[in-house]
Write a protein that binds this ligand. Structure first.
Ligand code: KG4
Ligand code: ZN
Length: 338
């Protein structure tokens, strides 16, 4: 008997539903993005996000089932993101999942969103690439994990200030490139000179696996506006000057991410590297990490593009493995921002 898991994700600004069979056969992957609603504010507005989730979650789940050609009877369990994320947003997905679990009499599985990003590159990989070091880089998180298996994902280090994706978004806003910043900086960078500006590579203590991106953000601000009290500056920059700043910024962030991941590999002795999260869609990061891994004879796995930004396929996939281990949740499951 094959096991069908319905995954539900609503931790930030994407409402998503997916049906995954036996952990890696993704039958549907429906994502309703709210990016157009948040663009004018330059970031996610929590209250707007939770309202938008309420409006569309019912249809998103219905489409997830339809595209997979499934009825509720075909579903063996419902996996839902219960942490971390925006509490109001998480509540919508968790409430939908609990309601369906009760109405359909199907078990509920609670999934940690960041753990799901950490193992998203393993979907469809055989044999499973564990033990591994996983780098999760998204709008809300920049963390390194030691992954022994689906139920043994241990935090090694994380950002002490901004997440990498957040830095992409803020720098893009400073450069007048719009929101979200990651995709536009990714697209512009190949046209610029990555050596034009030597932005700081903050590596912290010698053996530290934590990250800090606030320094580079400030360096970009000074580059645009100068170090005085002036607020102008951007209008004085030519298009190629903007592109050079974007390329140099991206190069510095990628250098730090790759270097820290290699530090984690050295400390854990893992021979597999996994990448995950929205910033995992970044072409330069994917190439640099793959090339560094190849030089060191490590195996590198990056998620398919569809599993980089928030999605429910990764929730259903990890949910399957937890369900197999008997890790089900009760109907009083709570959500948590952390
Ligand atoms: O994983 P995700 O969808 O949401 C969180 O869990 O935070 O990640 C969203 C983040 C945003 O900051 C966005 O700018 C960034 O991922 N991002 C990228 C790219 N595509 C999305 N950053 C760099 N390069 C990209 N191609
Ligand atoms: Zn995410």
């Amino acid at each position: 008997m094959r096991t069908h898991i319905l995954g539900i994700e609503s931790s930030c600004d994407e409402t998503a539903a997916s049906v995954v069979v036996d952990g890696d056969d993704v039958r549907s992957n429906v994502v309703a993005s709210q990016v157009d609603l948040h663009r004018r504010y330059g970031g996610v507005v929590p209250e707007i996000a939770s309202r938008a989730h309420i409006e569309c979650i019912h249809n998103v789940i219905r489409m997830g089932l339809q595209e997979a050609d499934c009825t509720p009877d075909d579903i063996d369990a419902i996996a839902v993101t219960h942490r971390p994320g925006l509490v109001g947003s998480l509540l919508i997905g968790a409430t939908a999942a609990k309601t369906l679990s009760w109405a359909w009499q199907k078990p509920l599985v609670a999934v940690n969103h960041v753990d799901a990003h950490a193992v998203s590159a393993s979907i469809g990989v055989d044999p499973l690439p564990f033990p591994a070091v996983a780098l999760v880089v998204s709008g809300g998180h920049t963390s390194l994990y030691s992954v022994g298996g689906f139920d043994s994902i241990t935090l090694l280090g994380s950002t002490i200030d901004d997440a990498a994706g957040e830095a992409f978004d803020k720098v893009a806003t400073m450069l007048g490139l719009g929101y979200p910043g990651g995709p536009v900086i990714d697209r512009l960078s190949p046209k610029g000179n990555p050596k034009a500006h030597a932005f700081p590579r903050t590596l912290l203590a010698r053996d530290s696996l934590d990250f800090s991106f606030s320094g580079i953000k400030t360096a970009v601000r000074y580059k645009i506006h100068g170090t005085g009290r002036t607020t102008g500056g951007l209008e004085k920059l030519s298009e190629s000057a903007v592109t050079d700043i974007a390329a140099s910024f991206q190069q510095a962030v990628v250098d730090v991410l790759v270097k820290k991941t290699m530090r984690a590999v050295a400390q854990t002795g893992a021979s597999n590297v996994l990448l995950g999260g929205g910033v995992a869609a970044n072409r330069q990061l994917r190439e640099a990490l793959a090339s560094e891994c190849a030089d060191r004879r490590l195996t590198c796995h990056a998620p398919k593009m569809a599993y980089c930004v928030d999605n429910a396929a990764m929730i259903a996939s990890l949910g399957f493995h937890l369900f197999k281990n008997g890790q089900t949740a009760s109907l009083d499951l709570d959500v948590s921002s952390r």
